[in-house]
Design a protein around this ligand. Structure first.
Ligand SMILES: Cc1cc2nc3c(=O)[nH]c(=O)nc-3n(C[C@H](O)[C@H](O)[C@H](O)COP(=O)(O)OP(=O)(O)OC[C@H]3O[C@@H](n4cnc5c(N)ncnc54)[C@H](O)[C@@H]3O)c2cc1C
Length: 642
């Protein structure tokens, strides 16, 4: 059949349009990197698409290696992007719902003295359900690790590399360079001292040019004290009590009060996780990156002492395998990474031998478990400066959020944080020992809170009186001991990988943790006696737990001790069970480049490698660690080629 040139042109145009349409549909309607069946072999397999796994996988994929990310959960639900309602993810199908064993010295207000440990089970991991507080730790944290390559100077450089300023005309760099922390556009930001050297730049635009932002930047929303009277009172009270007040999280040991910086995209009003900032863009641009969800890794596959792949259960419970030619990297979070290692024969004999698991490497996997504990106390106010359920349910809030991405729903409720170095006796500790957090919420739903945190109802009402009223004004003052000395463990108790391991954080086993918590609470209580808080009618409700006796208050040491042992709750930061360390350190599970000692082809990159927790919530420090780990892996790849 012969076509006229007109018919030929039309056919060509129709075909091109169809191809373009198909390509467009394929791009937008395909899962953009999500796969149903993996290939047989990849260069790298990253286990877990959480805070660390997303950063690592994105960076490895940028090097053209074939990368598989395998994640036990599914895609995060739409509401996980709304900052204020993050707590409703706890106890849901997107949470691993771990539980500790009954605690001997703590958790008196909890049923069976058992703490519930939420951990994210979805793409984004715990970073997709956390409370969005950004902190960078302090230099002393890293120096105290005594691990080559992880000293304060190196971490300072890494964190500076991750920090970015933006204003108006700064163009994002293409993806694939260093990720950055990207602050919301605020003119006064530049005059604020931040991460050392940038302070020395002469002008605002210097600083901007110096720190251009990559499109993988992690956005930080700074709570603005001029718009938030409660935060202003917190900062004024800190100043009145002799603490320093800074506008930024500083790379410094000087404890200070500051407005919280939260990982929220201020323009869209949505959670900013490493899924959004790293994995999602990498999935769109790198077809060598595959992400398999709803597939749970159960074991490592070995060839003698080398890890050559993984075994996993697919969504239908079938056992499957995938091979890795270079490395398997465990980023499954502290609990599950520990479980996978132990199930695969990497762990201490006293855990593996009773279960007849052949030992591949005798290492203290699962020991050194630590967590931050928080003691939340309720402060009633008589001024209308706080958030509560009635204000939140106002249709204007919804409109404001849906249309403008603004309002209470676009915040985490965390307004101020303070790292404490000044002691009550006017001495100074060498590094921060405590943290105070201002959570602006006057009413707390008793049903939700008691069920997600396993709190006894009666204890709740003695602890948060009045807060159940939907229109209550007030806030929660959270005290955290930053460097707990109690150490617990994670141990498998069955060879069945679907059985959760035994989790015992041994909370408040060490006397220091009790006193450190008491000192932090006392510093918080002092704030409430300042003019700034008196003007708002602040009244602290000391919990009236019967076991703590009749005389409540910070002067009664017996009451304070009992308060801590009854009311301390997890801060959700389990860490340390596969700690990094020098070759000669018997407590180290991974070497300074995060390779598991005594075997090959295996690395750990997540919160379990922290030898000790940093001075604050760890999410941003973990991002820095994953970023460095990717560099180690890629450097090794280059060296092998040479
Ligand atoms: C409720 C809550 C609030 C928090 N608030 C803050 C905060 O405000 N600021 C802060 O800095 N930090 C906060 N944190 C802590 C912080 O989010 C975590 O420390 C951090 O996300 C841990 O990162 P990770 O990479 O170690 O593990 P995760 O982010 O937990 O990622 C592990 C991933 O591995 C997957 N996985 C596990 N097992 C398997 C398996 N067998 N096979 C395949 N995939 C698997 C999991 O489903 C998960 O997606 C909070 C945590 C929680 C839970």
């Amino acid at each position: 059949m012969k076509l006229s040139w007109k018919q030929g042109l039309s056919a060509w145009a129709a075909m091109s349009c169809s191809l373009l349409l198909a390509a467009w549909l394929n791009y937008y309607l395909s899962d953009n990197g999500f796969i149903k069946e993996p290939n047989q072999t990849y260069d790298y397999i990253v286990v877990g698409a959480g805070t660390s796994g997303c950063v690592l996988a994105a960076k490895l994929a940028g090097s053209n290696s074939k990368v598989l990310v395998i994640e036990a959960g599914g895609e995060p639900p739409w509401y996980s992007w709304i900052p204020l309602i993050a707590p409703i993810l706890q106890g849901s199908q997107h949470d691993w719902r771990f539980r500790t064993v009954p605690q001997k010295f703590a958790a008196g207000a909890l049923h069976g003295n058992q703490a519930f440990w939420p951990q994210g089970k979805m793409v984004g991991g715990s970073g997709q359900m956390n409370f969005l507080i950004h902190t960078t730790g302090s230099p002393g944290d890293f120096d105290s690790w005594k691990v080559p390559g992880w000293d304060s100077q190196t971490m300072k450089n890494t964190l500076e590399g991750l920090t970015c300023w933006t204003k108006g005309n700064v163009k994002p760099k293409p993806f694939g360079t260093r990720p950055s922390f990207l602050l919301d556009d605020e003119p006064e930001m530049c005059s604020v001292p931040v991460l050392t050297d940038i302070e020395n730049s002469t002008s605002c635009s210097d600083k901007m040019q110096h720190h251009q932002c990559s499109s993988a930047a992690i956005k930080l929303q700074r709570v603005n004290a001029t718009e938030k009277p409660l935060l202003k009172a917190f900062l004024d009270a800190g100043r009145a009590c002799g603490h320093s007040v800074s506008d930024m999280d500083r790379w410094s040991d000087a404890g200070s009060f500051m407005a919280s910086h939260n990982t929220i995209d201020g323009l869209a009003g949505q959670r900013w996780s490493t899924y959004l900032s790293h994995l999602m863009p990498a999935m769109k641009t790198h077809n060598n990156l595959h992400v398999l969800t709803k597939s749970s890794v159960t074991k490592l596959v070995w060839k003698r002492n080398k890890v050559i792949g993984i075994q996993y259960l697919d969504n239908d419970g079938r056992i499957k395998h995938v091979k890795a030619t270079r490395e398997v990297i465990l980023s499954a979070g502290t609990i599950k990474t520990t479980q996978i290692l132990q199930q695969s024969g990497v762990g201490p004999p006293h855990v593996l031998e009773p279960l007849d698991i052949p030992i591949k490497a005798d290492l203290p996997v699962g020991e050194n478990l630590q967590d931050h504990l928080q003691v939340p106390l309720f402060v009633e106010l008589n001024s209308s400066v706080s958030m509560n359920v009635i204000k939140m349910l106002n249709p204007r809030q919804f409109w404001n959020y849906m249309v403008h991405g603004k309002g209470a729903l676009a915040t985490s409720g965390i307004e101020g944080i303070a790292t404490l170095t000044k002691t009550r006796e006017n001495g100074k500790s060498s590094k921060p020992y405590g943290m105070l957090i201002l959570f602006n919420m006057g009413s707390i739903n008793a049903d939700v809170y008691t069920s997600v945190a396993n709190i006894k109802k009666e204890a709740f009402h003695r602890w948060f009186p009045k807060s159940s009223s939907l229109s209550q004004e007030g806030f929660v003052l959270i005290s955290v001991c930053l460097h707990p000395r109690s150490r617990g463990h994670v141990r498998i108790i069955s060879t069945d990988p679907t059985q959760p391991p035994e989790i015992d954080p041994a909370y408040l086993n060490h006397e220091y943790d009790v006193q450190c918590s008491i000192d932090t609470i006392k510093q918080g209580v002092e704030l409430l006696n300042t003019d700034a808080f008196r003007a708002l009618g602040a009244k602290l409700h000391w919990p009236t737990f019967p076991e703590c006796g009749g005389k409540q208050g910070s002067d009664n040491q017996r009451y304070m001790e009992c308060l801590v042992r009854t009311a301390a709750l997890t801060m959700y930061h389990p860490a340390g069970t596969a700690a990094m360390g020098r070759e000669d350190n018997p407590d180290a599970v991974v070497d300074p480049e995060l390779r598991v000692r005594g075997v090959t082809g295996l690395r750990v990159v997540d919160a379990s490698v922290l030898p000790r927790l940093p001075s604050g919530p760890p999410n941003s420090v973990l991002i820095a660690i994953a970023d460095r780990a990717a560099d180690f892996i890629l450097e090794e790849k280059i060296n092998i080629r040479k």
